[in-house]
Write a protein that binds this ligand. Structure first.
Ligand SMILES: [Zn+2]
Ligand SMILES: [Zn+2]
Length: 342
């Protein structure tokens, strides 16, 4: 079977691997859709990010869905041919964080397509994948592409949980990549009174408006565009910082109300913070990293029509054209979520 393997920066190859076989409690999945994520792009464009670098060839991909092709012993509740979204979160279940219910902090996490540990954890951009049945969320009624959006949606549901109650709140989203756009959708769904989104690209801001942002600001064209919200010690109750850009966070602090919460999702390296202003406003800084149980919630929310992620899937490209798919996904002028079709 074919897989998509990153060897180094700009060295992406389609390579054959042996066909896997499902063991007990596992299923074999004929993969259907795989979304290209920011982390996949870092491996493709730069060979990694910060201290996390490719040290051996690694199959990319963790936003995936497919159809059950064979069922291992002991598996109940899944049928051959069924569409499933596959959670890339594979905690050990026995370390101290797993036992505390903080599986996203598992000491032995085997998250698909991650060069954090060595040997690297191979990813899921393959024609066939063996997964634990417990990783599979039944995605009946969704397209394969929508099912593959469960992972980024889970990231945002976890972040929304960190933010607390959003009902009636004024929400600012900085950075309108897939995560920021999903934050717009989730904030609306959770009852936010107002959602304002910023970015530096007209294309992504257009998408933010299309999916329901009340107002968008292009901070490249108008760097002081947020200033009007600074009166009376600020306007927003919650910031979802999805850009990972230091300037986005520091320029948002003046428009946050006293007692506001910053949920940091963007991973852009270390930042200098306006700590004096944050202290005086009693602002809470809350990190958010990955997810675990939210994956199944995400699939149910999509299946029951609570929110639609469909507009964010701007391109679907056959696996054979993986290199052009990765180049396209790197172009924020025309792509939001690029998915591979296997
Ligand atoms: Zn992702
Ligand atoms: Zn663990």
């Amino acid at each position: 079977m074919k897989t998509i393997v990153a060897h180094a920066a700009k060295d992406l190859r389609i390579e054959a691997r042996e066909m896997p076989e499902p063991g007990p409690d596992q299923v074999l999945i004929r993969m259907a859709a795989g979304g290209i994520c920011g982390s996949d792009l870092h491996y493709y464009n730069h060979g990694g990010f910060g201290p996390i670098q490719l040290k051996e060839p690694m199959i990319l991909g963790h936003e995936v869905s497919g159809h059950v092709a064979a069922i291992g012993e002991n598996v109940t509740g899944l049928k051959e041919g069924q569409l499933v979204a596959i959670s890339p979160s594979r905690p050990c279940g026995t370390c101290e964080y797993c036992l505390e219910g903080k599986q996203n902090h598992c000491l032995n996490m085997r998250f698909y397509g991650s060069a954090m540990p060595f040997p690297h954890i191979q990813g899921a951009f393959c024609e066939y994948l063996v997964a634990d049945a417990a990783q599979c969320a039944i995605a009946d009624g969704l397209s394969a592409g929508e099912a593959a959006m469960a992972e980024p949606l889970s990231v945002v549901l976890h972040a929304a949980r960190q933010a607390g109650d959003l009902m009636g709140k004024r929400v600012l989203v900085t950075g309108c990549g897939p995560i920021g756009l999903l934050a717009v959708l989730v904030a609306r769904y959770a009852g936010a009174a107002q959602v304002v989104a910023t970015d530096i690209m007209a294309f992504t801001l257009g998408m933010a408006r299309k999916i329901g942002a009340d107002l968008t600001l292009n901070v490249a064209d108008a760097p002081d565009g947020l200033d009007e919200f600074a009166a009376d010690k600020g306007h927003f109750d919650v910031l979802f910082e999805c850009s990972g850009v230091a300037a986005a966070l520091s320029s948002a602090v003046p428009v946050l109300r006293p007692g506001a919460t910053i949920v940091q999702l963007g991973l852009g390296g270390d930042m200098t913070l306006p700590m004096q202003a944050m202290t005086a406003k009693e602002i809470t800084l809350q990190g958010s990293f990955r997810f675990h149980s939210e994956f199944f919630t995400a699939v149910e929310m999509m299946r029951t029509g609570r929110l639609s992620v469909d507009p964010l899937i701007t391109h679907t490209i056959p696996m054979a054209n993986a290199v052009s798919a990765f180049d396209l996904a790197s172009d924020r002028n025309q792509a939001i979520k690029v998915q591979l079709a296997f």
